[in-house]
Design a protein around this ligand. Structure first.
Ligand code: AN7
Length: 374
């Protein structure tokens, strides 16, 4: 962790003024944050979005462990170190465990993770194990794993680093800052997948803080999307056996439920469900039209935007504009979708859905035939 170099220094350095740091907080970093914002023009046209919707993606898969979790984990682990901790623990659908394991390894902490057996994407499990965490699989879903983990950490000298740890949200809110800083304006809409509902809560906190400091002139509307088989907030009650191909958001009783509802209601947004088919369609189209490989759960945000656009949701907003950019004299709506994780997290699903490569003899003619050249 070299401090005398010109490379980007990570979240603690970039947004120190907005984080609960003291002179005693170690300035750790894996260079998390500083992720790309892509203009998804080809995807938007392919999915038939109206021309007045300007769609961007905040690609959080570019973080050091391949998901947005690193932004919050760096703060949670820095504070744990400051408080003298020697071990951290989380329950996880995969990405939190990969991130916790990485920061623990980088800082010499022990790391314990509890995961639902058989429901973790291969890449995430490979990460947690290789970074050296103790991985404990239980025959239960995420919600039960989190309940057990809270119980254990409340009576042992092990720091809980799920997003119920408030430092996690402090770090994750920096993505909202980055979006405003990069665009030079606040988006009209922020679309985001909702699982345990920590991230939507963190983004809303971030936007509100930037607004309070006069950095942005208005607030975005928050659009949260759950998978149809794991949509407790949409249905209005916990889901006992949540099911979805998007294992990252296979969560039936989100810890951040209240925060998500608050973000939705204060911002005048909505939280809706998208089907696995809608998610996978966007996941494949995104890769094929933009060269962006994200994990399926991430694409709940895009699937939600596509669905709302088809329902005419953005039509009404078009007329309510005040100080926003125009194109050809027409108002433009800026929509940012958060792509929370990297496509390499779930190679199993990708290979299941992709055509198998063809095998031919090592012969020029045979290869040219496959290329359609003869
Ligand atoms: C790619 O890793 O809950 O609504 O244990 O991995 O803040 O929970 C992951 C969640 C979206 C949902 N996209 O975020 C975990 C875990 C991806 C994710 C979410 C997760 P929250």
């Amino acid at each position: 962790m070299n401090s005398r170099c010109s490379q980007y220094q990570g979240v603690l350095e970039a947004y120190a003024d907005y984080l609960p740091l003291t002179p005693k907080t170690p300035r750790i970093s894996l260079r998390e944050g500083g992720t790309p914002l892509y203009h998804l023009n080809r995807f938007a046209r392919a999915m038939g979005l109206p021309a007045y919707v300007r769609l961007y993606a905040k690609y959080e898969g570019a973080n050091p462990t391949g998901s947005f979790k690193d932004r919050g984990m760096v703060v949670a682990v820095a504070k744990a170190l400051e408080e003298g901790a020697t071990a951290i623990m989380c329950a996880s659908t995969g990405n939190t465990s990969a991130s916790a394991a990485a920061y623990a390894a980088a800082c010499g902490l022990r790391c314990f993770v509890v995961v639902p057996a058989g429901k973790i994407a291969l890449g995430k499990l490979a990460q947690a194990l290789t970074y050296g965490a103790k991985v404990i699989a239980v025959d239960a879903n995420f919600d039960e794993a989190l309940r057990l983990t809270k119980e254990i950490t409340s009576s042992n000298p092990v720091v809980l680093v799920n997003s119920v740890n408030p430092y996690r949200l402090e770090g994750q809110k920096t993505a909202a800052f980055e979006i405003c800083d990069t665009l030079g304006l606040v988006p009209d809409y922020l679309a985001i997948p909702v699982g345990n509902a920590g991230n939507i809560t963190a983004y809303w906190k971030g936007f509100k803080e930037y607004h309070a400091k006069g950095k942005i002139r208005h607030l975005p509307r928050m659009l949260g999307f759950q998978a149809a088989g794991a949509a407790p907030i949409v249905r209005g009650h916990p889901i006992e056996s949540p099911q979805t191909v998007a294992t990252a958001i296979r969560i039936g009783n989100p810890a951040g439920w209240k925060g998500a509802v608050q973000a939705r209601d204060e911002s005048g947004g909505t939280i809706e469900a998208v089907t696995d088919e809608e998610i996978l369609n966007c996941w494949e189209t995104l890769a094929k039209t933009e060269g962006v490989f994200s994990e399926p759960a991430s694409c709940a945000s895009l699937a939600g935007v596509v669905k709302l656009a088809r329902d005419g949701y953005f039509e009404a907003a078009k007329v309510k504009r005040i100080d926003d950019p125009v194109r050809n004299g027409e108002p433009v709506l800026t929509v940012v979708a958060v792509l929370t994780g990297n496509g390499l997290k779930d190679p199993g699903l990708a290979m299941e859905r992709a055509p198998s490569p063809v095998t031919v003899p090592a012969d020029r003619n045979a290869i040219e035939r496959e290329m359609g050249l003869r």
